[in-house]
Design a protein around this ligand. Structure first.
Ligand SMILES: [Zn+2]
Length: 344
């Protein structure tokens, strides 16, 4: 009793028992296309229907091969009835296609499952409050608590972070034109970082075949699509998996591969964790709006690595603000995989 329905959210491997609300469900919800959320989902899926946004649906179909008839597309802010329960997908401000799910079973408490989310005050005000205000002080909340720790008090907005790192990289390239810029990103998410850098330099960004397949599913605006190239010799800005810019050895071997063209590597590592690497994250980020003080830099050999807190998860203050506003009757932290490197 009291559960919002026979539904499962981001639970395809049968192991994350906290998000499985009833065994034997036929309605499966996927908040976004990050591996730690769709783990276990395969093209042979035949246990019912998967509900998600249009972008996530394209990824599930084109990348995983799940047949379209297994997928139900939810439009943001437009309630639908699933097995008699009213369900609304709400913007999550995480990666492209990400949404939260609001379940409103008749005669029972509503439940908001945030999936992964970035609760920036302006996003909450413009995209979330209009839909969620009716469940204030009534809802159960299942919350993405990735950075629910005082040492992650503030993050710059995604736009502030991307613009700041683009300025820093422009200065690096101006001082050494023979530099190769490697920008880390996930399978999806953090695209704004390499696009802003490419725009600031007036160049294209090289994107490998796997990431290009994913970008095709994201409904990007034409001016961003035009910045991408499949030719690695056309530009010194390369999008690479996040793991590459965390590995000195990997970056040195990439530089060796291009040794006739480039003499050094400038790497960009966009992650919320960079603020937490020192204990005064809150103090350092207090001057965010004025300068680039939240960007940190490490030099080793021919590689310079910049870390920027480009976060697709909420800061501690953003989580507090949202919970204070929503006044949920209960908060359940959303439990994910143990391995923090797998968080996306
Ligand atoms: Zn995610």
């Amino acid at each position: 009793a009291g559960t919002p329905g026979p539904f499962a959210v981001d639970c395809f491997n049968g192991r994350q028992s906290t998000c499985l609300w009833e065994k034997g469900t036929t309605s499966w919800f996927l908040s976004h296309f990050h591996y730690d959320h769709y783990i276990g989902l395969k093209k042979s899926f035949c246990k019912g229907k998967i509900y998600c946004t249009k972008i996530t649906a394209k990824l599930v179909h084109h990348i995983l091969g799940v047949p379209l008839e297994r997928i139900g597309i939810l439009l943001l802010n437009q309630p639908v009835a699933v097995q008699g329960v009213k369900v609304t997908a709400v913007e999550a401000n995480h990666c492209p296609g990400a949404c939260m799910f609001l379940f409103e079973p008749a005669g029972e408490r509503p439940t908001l499952h945030t999936g992964d989310c970035r609760l920036t005050p302006s996003q909450v005000r413009d995209k979330m409050m209009p839909v969620l205000s009716k469940v204030r002080s009534q809802a159960r909340l299942i919350l993405d608590t990735t950075y629910c720790n005082r040492k992650y008090a503030h993050f710059p907005t995604k736009e502030e972070a991307a613009e700041a790192i683009a300025r820093v990289i422009s200065a690096e390239v101006a001082s050494n034109p023979r530099v190769l810029v490697l920008v880390g990103s996930y399978t999806i998410g953090k695209e704004l970082v390499f696009f802003k850098i490419a725009q600031a330099l007036g160049r294209k960004v090289y994107i490998g075949a796997n990431k290009r397949r994913v970008l095709k599913c994201l409904d990007l605006p034409a001016e961003l699509r035009a910045l991408a190239t499949a030719n690695d010799m056309e530009t010194n800005v390369h999008a690479v998996p996040l793991g590459y810019v965390r590995s000195q050895q990997r970056m040195e071997s990439i530089l060796k591969h291009y040794k006739n063209k480039y003499s050094a590597v400038v790497a960009v590592c966009p992650t919320g964790w960079s603020l937490g690497s020192s204990d005064n994250g809150a103090a350092r980020s207090s001057s965010i709006s004025n300068n680039n003080s939240f960007i940190s830099c490490k030099r080793k050999g021919k590689v310079v690595t910049y870390s920027v807190p480009y976060s697709e998860h909420s800061s501690y203050e953003e989580l507090r603000f949202f919970v204070d506003w929503l006044q949920p009757v209960q908060v359940t932290p959303f439990v994910k995989l143990q391995d923090q490197e797998a968080f996306a």
